[in-house]
Design a protein around this ligand. Structure first.
Ligand code: 0O2
Length: 219
């Protein structure tokens, strides 16, 4: 009957989503370790904060429709790689790339895709470094590789993105032109703030070499 079908689907969904939660746990632990070690060894903390989220069933459904994906767990597993999401907010742009390098250099972290919206911002001004990685999670039945989307950004980029996200939802994606222009201008102001703050930080640390970082290879 319908009730037992719904119950069976719920149980299948819970089983499907569980490894993604563990994927988040694995990445969050890795980031916490880097953060603590940095604070201890270098007396400096490149990571301001970490947050994570599991994509809701509703949001997965919307993406299935948007991507025209077959509504089976197998197809969803392959097509939707941001079910597990971890966001790392850093103080400076150089820290974003440094944390990216340190994380992706780890042996059990396999990089599937990199989107560098810092080097190539979206037309609205959105900036962040997105990387989809796969990490092994050891379950009772053996290891499974879980994709996790990691978003790395500065405090200024994060401030901008959270406001933009609210505005985008308030207007249901149809943000009025004037507001969109102001938002894009604000993104550029946030970018200038990042450059100024990084410069000040370097002066205080006695580093006169200028800001330099190697951009990640786009996979
Ligand atoms: P939420 O609520 O954060 O989960 P793909 O996943 O690669 O097939 P997509 O969705 O275009 O395609 O991926 P992309 O561009 O890498 O970015 C997806 C996520 O980045 C979004 O997730 C947001 O978190 C963030 N993002 C991307 N563009 C913007 C933007 O213009 N403004 C803001 N504020 N955030 C952005 P979700 O699923 O949309 O939402």
């Amino acid at each position: 009957d319908t009730l037992s079908e719904v119950q069976a689907f719920r149980a299948d969904f819970a089983r499907f989503i569980m490894p993604y939660k563990f994927g988040i746990d694995e990445i969050s632990t890795k980031v916490s370790i880097l953060r603590e070690e940095f604070a201890e060894l270098h007396d400096y903390n490149p990571i301001e904060h970490i947050s994570s989220r599991l994509k809701s069933a509703e949001s997965i459904e919307q993406k299935v429709v948007r991507k025209n994906c077959e509504p089976s767990f197998e197809a969803i597993r392959d097509a939707i790689t941001d079910i597990a999401g971890v966001r790392i907010v850093c103080s400076f742009v150089s820290d974003v790339y440094r944390v990216f390098e340190l994380l992706t250099a780890q042996e059990d972290v396999r990089v599937l895709r990199v989107k560098d919206y810092i080097a190539h911002p979206k037309p609205n001004g959105y900036k962040s470094l997105h990387v989809i990685v796969e990490v092994p999670v050891f379950l009772s039945g053996g290891p499974v590789d879980v994709p996790v989307e990691i978003q790395l950004r500065t405090v200024a980029m994060d401030f901008w993105a959270s406001l933009e996200h609210k505005i985008y939802y308030k207007y249901d994606g149809e943000v009025p032109g004037a507001l969109l222009r102001d938002l894009t201008a604000a993104a550029s102001t946030a970018g200038q703030l990042d450059v100024t703050m990084e410069g000040l930080h370097r002066q205080v640390r006695g580093d006169t070499g200028g800001v330099q970082y190697t951009l990640p290879q786009r996979v």
